[in-house]
Every structure is written in structure tokens, then in C-alpha cells.
Design a protein around this ligand. Sequence first.
Ligand SMILES: [Zn+2]
Ligand SMILES: [Zn+2]
Length: 148
Amino acid sequence: MIKMSRRNVLNHIDNLIERGCLHIGFWTFPCISITEVGDRLLQRLSDSIQESELIEKAERKESERVRLIELKKMPYPEYLKTTEWKIKARAAKEKVNNRCQLCNSHSPKNLNVHHNNYLNIGNELDSDLIVLCEDCHAKHHDKLPRKR
Ligand SMILES: [Zn+2]
Ligand SMILES: [Zn+2]
């Protein structure tokens, strides 16, 4: 019988788990029960699941960051064609019940989502956007020197 301290046995188990070769059927360490081995195995599994979830989350965050830079760099007309903008514009209209925020007309098909400013392209705040009917949008733009 091999004499090993619990600590050594646990390290050994971890080692075997890592190498994917834990043969529980041949269990020969009397200082640790098979239940403990099972618990250890589960613990290690949940650790590695947690770790891969963290990695995935970090990767998602990173790809969102890269995409945001892309959105900010693209020409405005191109940005207006992106899925991101379409989702955002739809949400902005729904938020005001598909009504023009100037004249309150209800004309879902004729609503435009206008940018009050272009500082937060890609991650606009509610205050960066205003929902306008086509008439009000046109009037709004007449007042502004900048045509967009
Ligand atoms: Zn209007
Ligand atoms: Zn506009």
C-alpha cells in the first residue's frame, strides 16, 4: 500500500484529473474516501466551468469593445444600416409608443430616430436620440446647419 499524506493524495488526484486519467476503479489510497474523490472531481469541474465562463465573458466584452470601435469609425449612412442601430432605433420608437416626440402623431411607418448629437454613436444614451415623424424631422433639420 502506498503511504501518502492527504495533501499529497489530493495533489495527485488533481494531477490525474488534469491529465484526464482518473481510474476510480483502481482506487488504492486509504487515507481518502471515494466520496471525497468524487467531491474533488466535481469541485474541479465546477472550477474549470467557472473559469471558462469567465474567459468567455472576457472574450465577449472584448469583441463588443472591438465592434464599438468599428461602429464609431464607420460612415454615418453605413452605421444606420447596421443591426445594432436598427435594434436601437426600434427600441427608441417603442419606448415612446411609436409617437413623434414633437407633435405626438402616431405614424409608426413614418417615424425617424434622430441623433441629437453624434458623441455616443454605437452606445447612444436615451438623451442622444429623439423620435420624430417625417414632417417634424424635416423641420428639425431645416433649423440645423448640419444635414445628417
Ligand atoms: Zn411630428
Ligand atoms: Zn435627423
